[in-house]
Design a protein around this ligand. Structure first.
Ligand code: GNR
Ligand code: NI
Length: 168
């Protein structure tokens, strides 16, 4: 296991559309474990492979307080969405930015686990938000895409400036 580097907006790789996982081998399991370690290390509740520069449909999530209920979602698919709810979102690839986003309140989804077995689940609350946020990542979409162009531009300028300062 290892800690992977997280890409920051506006890195163009965050716009890649991830491809389905076809091989459920040891390498995939090790990558998924490294993603989980990276997510815990950064105190996130979710992480998509796109965020570490790997265009594969792999997501890890843990919304538990104790940080002891990891979920590995491979090739996740939303089956149905219900209701609407606004909540404040953040993203490890858009550090220090928190904005309100409207999402579905309940999600029915399915995904494969590390062994390739299909699981189907219902989610609500923070888990529902997180799943929609992570599936967006796999399609190259970020939560700031739901904001106005002006807001997004301000965020991009701020992060570009911070990246320049960090380099200097
Ligand atoms: O750690 C995270 N917190 C969070 C809070 C509200 C809505 C979504 C998230 S996901 C984010 C981690 C992340 O960037 N996943 O892609
Ligand atoms: Ni994110």
């Amino acid at each position: 296991m290892s800690i992977l580097d997280i890409l920051y907006y506006p890195d163009p790789k965050l716009r890649d559309c991830a491809k389905p996982v076809e091989l459920f081998d040891q390498q995939l399991a090790e990558f998924a474990d490294s993603m989980l370690e990276t997510m815990y290390h950064s105190s996130g509740i979710g992480l998509a492979a796109t965020q570490v520069g790997v265009a594969k449909r792999v997501v890890v999530i843990d919304v538990s307080e104790e940080r002891d209920q990891p979920q590995f979602l491979i090739n996740p698919e939303i089956l149905s969405l219900e209701g609407e709810e606004v909540s404040e979102e953040g993203c490890l690839s858009v550090p220090s930015v928190y904005e309100k986003v409207t999402r579905a309140e309940r999600v029915r989804f399915r995904a494969q686990d590390k062994s390739g077995d299909m699981v189907e689940m219902d989610a609500e609350g923070l888990l529902a938000v997180c799943i929609q946020h992570e599936l967006d990542h796999l399609d190259g979409k970020l939560f700031i895409d739901y904001l106005s162009g002006l807001k997004r531009q301000r965020i991009r300028k701020k992060l570009e400036k911070e990246a320049r300062l960090a380099q200097a």
